[in-house]
Ligand binder design. Structure first.
Ligand code: MTE
Ligand code: MO
Length: 342
């Protein structure tokens, strides 16, 4: 589209040049003059294209707020809305700038506490989880939000934050003003490219075609327990843990999917990386039928729900009986949708 626009604009501009003279030019422009006009037109076009690319990139970056929100609904903040909300600023070193670890930057962004006050603010909730484009996630305590100005930064020294520096939305902690905060939140907590904020933990909800299954539906299926090392790191105890849930094949069959006519199933989680068509987590039907692939909804001796800080409420898990090809895939966190491929 961008390329097309360049040509369209160039065509219009050169048409413009020609038309100026239609009305009564006695002399046609010299070749030099034409070259200058062409250069101006193409420079201007390059500018337009660059501006467009920037704007598109920014406009596409929404922040989705979910979980136990005040309205009980998902709230989506667009990039222009985030710009309007970005009234907080903190001067701090950038924990991930290893070249200039002492350089202080002015980060401007949305105060996480003000988001919480506006869209959350339910007293029983203790923590907020940030989910990133690449399925990385970070959880902070609400009590710390109230104590420290923690922001979702949209700008660093007045400029949008480049992707390789954590942009467009970068979770920033006031290290310079409150050095002690480092002990609780190390540089690994500075989440890059944040896409979702989750207050507490969401309700379990798995979509399969036009069916939506909730925890009550899943609980009616035969329950299985795997004892496994968890396939991603965040917050789980190290070593083997009990994961309780339901077999993927039972979930699909409850939703009326005929596995015999399905070649594979794509398992999509909340982080955008799972939504990219280029990198889906796609499981072959024969594996779904033959080895332990479950949607875990509870864990541990006490069968607690899986909180957002552990990738819950629903997480994909592979049993030891699955082939290493299966087990080497990512365990999908925040599972939201199963899409059978025919
Ligand atoms: N979105 C996202 N943010 C992230 C990470 C990540 O993998 N993804 N890694 C964290 C960790 S553990 C560190 S130390 C810093 C720097 O990560 P890097 O060394 O992978 O750049 O970013 C933090 N923020
Ligand atoms: Mo790290």
């Amino acid at each position: 589209m961008v390329v097309l626009n360049v040509w369209k604009n160039l065509a219009l501009l050169s048409l413009g040049i020609a038309m100026v003279c239609l009305g009564g030019c006695t002399e046609s422009p010299t070749d030099e003059q034409l070259a200058v006009w062409r250069k101006e037109a193409s420079d201007r076009n390059a500018e337009i294209v660059a501006e467009k690319a920037k704007n598109n990139q920014r406009r596409e970056w929404n922040l989705v707020i979910q979980g136990q929100t005040a309205t009980g609904k998902t709230e989506t903040l667009t990039w222009p809305q985030l710009q309007d909300l970005a009234t907080a600023s903190i001067n701090t070193v950038d924990a991930n700038n290893i070249v200039h670890p002492k350089q202080v930057f002015k980060f401007t962004g949305v105060s996480v506490n003000s988001l919480w006050q506006k869209l959350g603010n339910q007293t029983e909730i203790k923590e907020i989880t940030f989910v990133c484009y690449d399925a990385y996630q970070v959880t902070i305590k609400i009590e710390d939000l109230l104590k420290y100005p923690i922001i979702l930064a949209v700008a660093k020294d007045g400029q949008p934050i480049p992707r390789e520096q954590g942009g467009l939305l970068y979770l920033v902690f006031p290290y310079s003003q409150y050095p002690e905060i480092r002990n609780k939140y190390d540089e690994g907590m500075w989440a890059f490219y944040v896409t979702h904020v989750i207050f507490g933990t969401e309700k379990a909800q798995v979509r399969i075609g036009n069916r939506e299954l909730n925890l009550v539906d899943l609980d009616k299926l035969p329950q299985v327990t795997l004892t496994q090392n968890v396939g991603y790191r965040v917050w789980w105890p190290s070593g083997k843990v009990n994961l309780h849930g339901v077999r993927l094949r039972d979930v699909l069959s409850l939703a009326g999917v005929n596995l015999n006519s399905t070649t594979s199933v794509v398992v999509r989680g909340k982080p955008p990386v799972y939504r990219k068509n280029s990198e889906p987590i796609e499981l072959a039907t024969e594996d779904i039928l033959e080895c332990s692939i479950i949607l875990a909804t509870r864990w541990g001796e006490e069968k607690q729900r899986i909180p957002a800080k552990m990738g819950g409420p629903v997480t994909l898990a592979f049993g030891d009986d699955c082939s290493s090809k299966i087990k080497n895939q990512r365990w999908v966190t925040f599972v939201e949708e199963l899409t059978p491929q025919l």
